[in-house]
Ligand binder design. Structure first.
Ligand code: GCU
Length: 650
């Protein structure tokens, strides 16, 4: 088990979480290798603390818990049985044994109570992955971790892989305990130093992979499509050139020499300035398939991102709609991608706003493998200074049925941009750990009730006493954040560049293409097929029809799909302008209330954790008031409509 300095927060794997296991007699039977060693070490450590006893491969004496590995098929499934006063976890693959162990940890005493239970658990999605937007070098504008709000990188320090990888091992352990099985260790924007991780610096990646392997986690790498040029000195990166293909084949062979269980490549191509196949007149399928071909002999996968849009558009041009871009680029390519190429699609059509419709690309390419990408790092949701538990939003996405089948069943993989750094609390805001945990658990079981996952996390992290209070602070925090920021799905209104805090017109005349079109009469983007950009027609029925008309469009997405007068009456019965005022006052009041509840937990929560959250609440409240006042003043000045309740608007 990794040994960390006392100052590093144990997150949800607190010593207390192992009390039930640590006070029992356990037998670990079958198998060898780093993952089984980890299982044994976990139990041994818990027993050393709580007085229990563990044996490995001994002839069975009396025991309370049997962790039984019966095969070596790599399966992640396990069976949990409670019978005759004994608890048994059986797995036919090493990862299954590890997940079974953490299942017992989560159950605590409940794992050792009752009779006659037999359940089989297996993950709904085979790949449950975190993408780190970590740079090896500190980037002059973005810092070390792009959109990172939790300090520096866990993996990279002083321009190279960390010498001491205990923290990385501990990270792998946290991830395994919530079911995550893959990590990409560098930013999708691949800068110069990072490009070389693929070639002469692969040894550093191998060291990280080794630390993560002990917890069943495979390592992936973001690569530059231009690598043959920038690293190999070739004149072209044209995916159809024999020399280019040979270069990738050879580079990939060397990667697998260093990391035999390497997961594959992540590629951001022709997106926000990254190189890609368009430069050579080739399609994205041709680009992806070239890399898929190099990975294929080793069982690797290329994750090809669908985040392709024009970031140099003219705001005067009303026909270009960034929301349409991914669908327009990729749907014509359905059926052309190799079987080990996975198209990685952001869950919404824009960019991880607090409220977006589900991307119409999801479900529109039945002959293409799909990874759905979420953002655990809170780029647009308070940057880990605000409490914003994203479980309900992700659950809505995964349950959405684009064409009858839920998103979770259409996807082969679920990916999240990681929210973790070298901060002592891992995620900056201690309560943001819940987003990491919830992501892993939802990827394992997308139809789980997110509130049950939250309770599970709270129970492990805080124990029972403060649990109700912590839940009150967190359960509605996403909707609270939505209330005091951009209204009714219109999105953005953030400060350009760093994306923190309000700027209503920050992106209104911007080449990045995110607008709200507010004038004295109304607000919103007409994306209907009849009179707008036609985006609504990218959906299958019934959604194309539901979104097409303001009468049927859900309130929370109204301004994403329609431009309406301020006096338009929502399904809620309120006008749009009154909704804006009300939600912004309410949002701030909810933050004030949550802050009071948190304050009341002093003494019930570890002092350092309590202090860190308290400090973040000060900033959240300041920022929420700023949002409220800027948004309300802006729309009062535009519309001239007073607040029905006469509250103070500046
Ligand atoms: C957003 C984010 C960028 C990131 C990009 C991506 O635009 O602001 O920092 O690189 O998404 O997902 O590639």
């Amino acid at each position: 088990m990794p040994h960390l300095p006392e100052s590093v927060d144990p997150a949800w794997l607190t010593p207390g979480a192992f009390r039930a296991i640590g006070s029992r007699r356990t037998l670990v039977r079958g198998g060898e290798g780093p993952v089984v060693d980890s299982v044994h070490e976990e139990v041994a450590e818990a027993c050393a603390r709580f007085g229990g006893h563990v044996e490995r491969d001994a002839s069975p004496g009396p025991y309370d818990l049997l962790l039984d590995l019966t095969g070596d098929d790599g399966s992640e499934a396990f069976t949990f049985t409670r019978d005759d006063g004994r608890t048994t976890v059986t797995a036919s693959g090493r990862p299954g044994l590890l997940y079974g162990l953490f299942h017992v940890v989560r159950l605590g005493e409940d794992a050792f109570r009752g009779e006659a239970r037999r359940e089989t658990h297996r993950p709904a999605l085979g790949l449950r992955m975190l993408d780190h937007w970590d740079n090896v070098a500190v980037h002059p504008v973005m810092g070390q971790v792009e959109r990172g709000y939790a300090g520096g990188s866990l993996f990279w320090e002083d321009g190279r892989a960390r010498g001491n990888l205990e923290r990385v091992r501990a990270y792998g352990r946290l991830l395994a305990s919530c079911g995550i099985n893959a990590v990409a260790v560098n930013n999708v924007n691949v800068h110069r130093a990072e490009a070389r991780l693929l070639t002469d610096r692969i040894g550093e990646v191998a060291a990280i992979a080794c630390a993560l392997r002990a917890y069943g986690i495979r390592t992936h790498l973001s690569v530059s499509f231009a690598a043959p040029v920038v690293l190999g000195g070739l004149a072209t990166a044209d995916p159809l050139e024999g020399g280019v293909r040979a270069w990738w084949a050879e580079a990939t062979a060397r990667v697998y020499e260093a990391i035999p269980d390497f997961g594959g490549y992540v590629v951001k191509a022709d997106s926000e300035g990254q190189p890609g196949p368009f430069a050579y007149g080739r399609s994205h399928a041709e680009g992806a398939n070239m890399l898929a071909g190099a990975l294929e002999p080793y069982g690797g996968t290329v994750h090809w991102r669908a985040f392709v849009y024009d970031h140099r558009q003219d705001w005067r041009d009303r026909t270009t709609d960034r929301a349409r871009a991914a669908y327009d680029h990729f749907v014509p390519l359905d059926g052309e991608f190799a079987s080990n190429a996975v198209l990685q699609v952001k869950h919404g059509p824009m960019d991880f706003q607090v409220r977006e419709p589900v991307s119409p690309l999801i479900g529109a390419m039945p002959a293409t493998r799909l990874a759905v990408e979420l953002q655990a790092t809170q780029e647009y949701t308070g940057q880990q200074r605000h409490v914003c538990w994203l479980g309900p939003m992700w659950s809505e996405v995964l349950r959405f049925r684009p064409d009858g089948t839920p998103v979770a069943e259409l996807a082969d993989a679920l990916v999240a941009v990681s929210n973790v750094g070298d901060d002592r609390f891992w995620t900056g805001h201690p309560l943001a750990q819940a987003n990491l945990y919830t992501f892993g658990r939802l990827a394992w079981r997308p139809d789980a009730d997110p509130l049950e996952i939250l309770d599970e996390w709270i129970g492990l992290t805080f124990g029972t006493e403060p649990a109700a209070g912590v839940r009150t602070v967190m359960e509605g925090s996403w909707r609270t954040y939505e209330k005091y920021t951009a209204p009714l799905g219109v999105g953005f209104m953030v400060q350009p560049g760093h994306h923190y805090g309000p700027s209503v017109d920050g992106y209104e005349y911007s080449p990045w293409g995110t607008y709200h079109f507010a004038d004295r009469d109304g607000i919103g983007v007409d994306r209907s097929a009849a009179t707008g950009t036609g985006y609504a027609a990218q959906y299958a029925k019934p959604w194309a029809e539901v979104y097409e008309s303001p009468e049927t469009c859900p309130d929370e997405l109204l301004l994403f799909f329609h431009h309406v007068p301020y006096g338009h009456v929502l399904h809620s019965g309120r006008t749009v302008i009154q909704h804006i005022y009300d939600t912004h006052f309410e949002g701030v009041e909810e933050v004030e209330a949550a802050r009071r509840v948190w304050a009341s937990l002093v003494g019930l929560v570890d002092a350092e954790r309590h202090a860190r959250v308290t400090e973040r609440f000060e900033e959240q409240l300041r920022c929420a008031r700023e949002w409220r006042d800027q948004i309300n003043s802006y729309f009062f000045r535009k519309s001239g409509v007073p607040d029905a309740h006469g509250r103070r608007i500046h």
